[in-house]
Design a protein around this ligand. Structure first.
Ligand code: NAD
Length: 348
């Protein structure tokens, strides 16, 4: 049986990856390591917590001796590393916590993997899940490819760029078998409502203002989170060692157009007159160092591994809105902070 460690599996993307792996690979033993920060929520994976091939471990990747002991005890064959501080706004107010988790935490995992594998790399793999934000900002033209030079602009993207470089360096220096992916903005169920799409869905439900940065012209590529999880599964199993893949939705939107589309879908779902949610849009002071445009060329993963998104943006948004409307208890627990007590109730 393969032992697979997934870090950050109580977070947004991690929970989808853990669910996919636990359900699809009964022959694997899946360990989900998560510190349950404000962004970690065990309610995200309540449906698989009783599966016999699944184990949850509460722990901090910044704690090197804990990580060393964990790896020595379980001798993992594969690591999918998603645990991170992930919110750009928080990185602007508290950059050091991003260095600790995203850089030192990644180093601790790399060191522990190197120690237990000890040069015997057959059947082993370290997979770092990263972001397109490491490439910095594009003008109105062009796309990020796997060879685009790194030029991170926020403390978040600088910390992810740094950890990407360490992963690559461990591959070059010690031969550690790694794969790396840089993905665009994800959206979908279980997204913490500090991020744009779930924040706006929640605010529209509650008739609260929709804060749009600057002039709303910032452009992002959006990918449905379940499609990202499928890509992660493919790269983990079929990606070429020491290689990197860009993952994106072929789906660029200016923020203001996205918000208007979301308002229209929400008006229809809530039975409100079309145009009423748009009234909630409120332009707010820009984020410092805000990147104008991200756009991903995902043709390598498409050509080499046959991956492409399975849903259009309209379909993915509709699924997402439906999920939030049907899971208001989840949303209320998050917004009230009640979700944080789940671990105490369930695991103590
Ligand atoms: P998230 O913030 O929803 O989840 C992060 C998880 O990591 C949480 O469960 C949290 O408890 C855990 N965590 C944080 N610090 C930890 C620590 N010190 N030790 C152990 N666990 C810790 O993040 P997400 O949006 O799911 O992103 C997951 C990964 O994917 C990140 O590495 C992020 O950089 C990357 N990524 C995200 C996006 C996106 O659009 N969300 C896009 C591309 C790449």
């Amino acid at each position: 049986m393969k032992k697979i460690l997934i870090t950050g599996g109580a977070g947004f993307i991690g929970s989808h990856v853990v669910r996919l792996f636990v359900n699809k690979y009964p022959q694997y033993q899946i360990f989900n390591l998560d510190a349950l920060t404000y962004a970690g929520n065990l309610e995200n994976i309540v449906d698989i917590e009783k599966e016999s091939n699944y184990t949850f471990i509460k722990g901090d990747i910044v704690d090197a001796s804990f990580i060393d002991q964990l790896f020595a005890e379980h001798q993992f064959d594969g690591i999918l590393h998603l645990a991170a501080e992930s919110h750009v706004d928080r990185s602007i107010t508290d950059p050091l916590s991003f260095v600790k988790t995203n850089v030192i935490g990644t180093m601790n995992l790399l060191n522990a993997a190197k120690t237990i594998w000890h040069g015997n790399y057959e059947g082993k793999r370290f997979y770092h899940i990263s972001t397109d934000e490491v490439y910095g900002s594009l003008g109105s033209e062009g796309l990020f490819t796997e060879t685009t030079a790194y030029a991170p602009n926020s403390p978040y993207s600088a910390s992810k760029a740094s950890s990407d470089h360490f992963v690559r360096a461990y591959g070059e220096t010690y031969g550690l078998p790694y794969v790396l992916t840089n993905c665009s903005n994800n959206y979908g169920p279980y997204h913490f409502p500090e991020k744009l799409i779930p924040l706006f869905i929640n605010n529209i439900i509650q008739n609260k203002p929709l804060p749009v940065y600057g002039d709303g012209k910032y452009t992002r590529d959006w990918l449905f989170v379940e499609d990202h999880a499928v890509a992660i599964d493919l790269v983990f199993h079929e990606g070429v060692n020491h290689d990197t893949y860009n993952i994106g939705g072929f789906n660029e939107w200016q923020n203001i157009d996205l918000v208007q589309l979301l308002c229209k879908i929400m008006d229809e779902k809530l039975g409100r007159p079309i145009g009423s949610s748009e009234q909630l849009i409120a332009y707010v002071k820009d984020r410092p160092g805000h990147d104008l445009r991200y756009a991903i060329d995902a043709s390598k993963i498409h050509k080499e591994l046959g991956w492409k998104p399975s849903v259009t943006f309209e379909e993915g948004l509709e699924k997402t809105v439906n999920w939030y409307l049907e899971n208001q208890t989840w949303l209320n627990n998050i917004t009230s902070g009640a979700y944080a007590t789940y671990y105490e109730k369930q695991y103590r």
